[in-house]
Ligand binder design. Structure first.
Ligand SMILES: Cc1cc2nc3c(=O)[nH]c(=O)nc-3n(C[C@H](O)[C@H](O)[C@H](O)COP(=O)(O)OP(=O)(O)OC[C@H]3O[C@@H](n4cnc5c(N)ncnc54)[C@H](O)[C@@H]3O)c2cc1C
Length: 377
């Protein structure tokens, strides 16, 4: 009989989705877990996003991880009491070029199902059927998830902390890492394995790893608005600029669309727009987003960029302009990005693994990436 591997003590830096993904996987594998988080609650990328696990529009390795992460999300809805639902995603086409991209994806053999919709059917979801804003076509991706990003990681952290082998120490900053020892602002933690899941702050603890991995900061602008009266969206909504960003859409049709947007709406490319929105349980819409890369993201947000994003979302919903939205909040989000790879998994020191999702899909794939890393312990 093969002996059961002995449980390890796994120390994890970061209580964002990636750090907690490792915590959940390590607990499920029978290990003991200590998570340290510098803030008194996670307040960076994992709470500033759309809460959208956009599984169906990923491709390749990211797509495979996304499919597995979806199963873990579904389990955590039960186990950790997450506010998350199978919302699906509606990709909306408002030109023939956009419709061609959707038809292209619908015709492919993909891991997740999709259903082409007429413009009228897509318009019924958006409340624009029969109006001048009715789309040309839509693609419904029924399996995607929408979570409340403001509560999701807090609830997973609470679940980890309540586990008999789990602990989360907030307001505790990791200051140094070496084989077997994580030094923190509240003393040293001895551990068999250490995971550094510090997001865009990876370089503070492991500067060489961040430099070699070409990790930079991508700053995004987001807004929360009151939804137009009576709007009850099921799915998350993606638009033409989303079709330029996600791997499953890639191909000649997407390149033709890029040329169309460059010609007709160059400002959308200038701000790196991915115009999309999700509706939260309280009815409000999370609307975004723009993308701009830096070594260190300055805190200043471009008001013009916010207007461009809101105007575009307003058009999709048949409103006159973004000024018709009642804006409740604006914020900047920052995630780790890299021109070198989409997923950074490096072991710069024996027993220490640095993990970062270096493209903007950590909510979609993070849970499965953690499981994959922990299975290698
Ligand atoms: C505006 C926006 C929209 C997005 N939309 C989506 C989306 O729709 N779908 C999707 O899949 N992804 C989306 N993303 C990307 C996703 O949010 C990120 O990929 C993901 O949250 C990264 O998770 P993380 O745990 O690596 O980083 P973070 O959430 O940033 O967590 C890292 C944690 O580590 C802590 N930390 C850092 N250094 C230390 C230290 N030395 N000691 C202790 N703690 C430390 C930080 O305080 C932080 O809490 C979006 C991101 C943004 C910003």
């Amino acid at each position: 009989m093969t002996p059961r591997p002995s449980p390890l003590h796994v120390a994890i830096v970061g209580a964002g989705i990636v750090g907690l993904a490792h915590a959940v996987a390590a607990l499920d594998a029978g290990h003991r877990v200590t998570v340290v988080e510098q803030d008194s609650a996670a307040v960076t990328a994992s709470v500033r996003n759309f809460g959208h696990a956009c599984v169906s529009v990923q491709a390749g390795e990211i797509g495979e991880l996304a499919v597995r992460a979806r199963e873990i999300w579904l389990g955590l809805i039960e186990r950790a009491g997450l506010e998350a639902r199978v919302s699906g995603t509606l990709a909306v086409a408002r030109s023939a070029a956009e419709a061609a991209v959707l038809e292209d994806l619908a015709a492919r053999d993909t891991a997740m199902p999709s259903e082409l919709l007429t413009g009228e059917a897509a318009g019924r979801v958006l409340g624009t059927a029969g109006s001048a804003a009715e789309p040309v076509a839509g693609l419904l991706l029924p399996n995607d998830l929408t979570a409340n990003p403001r509560t999701a990681v807090a609830r997973i952290a609470a679940w980890v902390d309540a586990h008999e082998r789990g602990e989360v120490r907030f307001a505790t900053t990791a200051t140094a890492v070496e084989t077997g020892v994580l030094t923190t602002s509240r003393g040293a933690i001895r551990a068999d394995r250490i995971v550094v899941a510090a997001g865009h702050l990876l370089g503070r603890l492991l500067p060489g790893t961040a430099e070699t991995g070409e990790v930079r900061e991508c700053a995004l602008q987001m807004t929360r608005v009151v939804a137009p009266a009576g709007l009850a969206l099921g799915p998350a909504v993606l638009t033409g600029t989303s079709m330029l960003r996600y791997g499953a859409f890639a191909g000649p049709a997407a390149e033709a669309l890029r040329a169309e947007i460059l010609r007709d709406r160059p400002e959308l490319l200038e701000i790196g727009a991915n115009v999309m929105f999700t509706q939260q349980q309280d009815g409000t819409l999370l609307v975004g987003d723009s993308h701009e890369d830096f070594d260190s993201a300055p805190p200043f947000m471009h008001e013009r960029w916010s207007r461009i994003l809101l105007d575009e979302a307003a058009r999709v919903l048949g409103l006159g302009s973004g000024a018709d939205f009642d804006v409740l909040e604006r914020w900047q989000g920052v995630y780790a990005t890299s021109a070198r790879q989409d997923l950074l998994v490096e072991s710069p020191i024996d027993g220490v693994t640095a993990v970062a999702v270096t493209t903007g899909v950590g909510m979609t794939v993070g849970l499965a990436l953690g499981e994959r890393v922990v299975s290698g312990f």
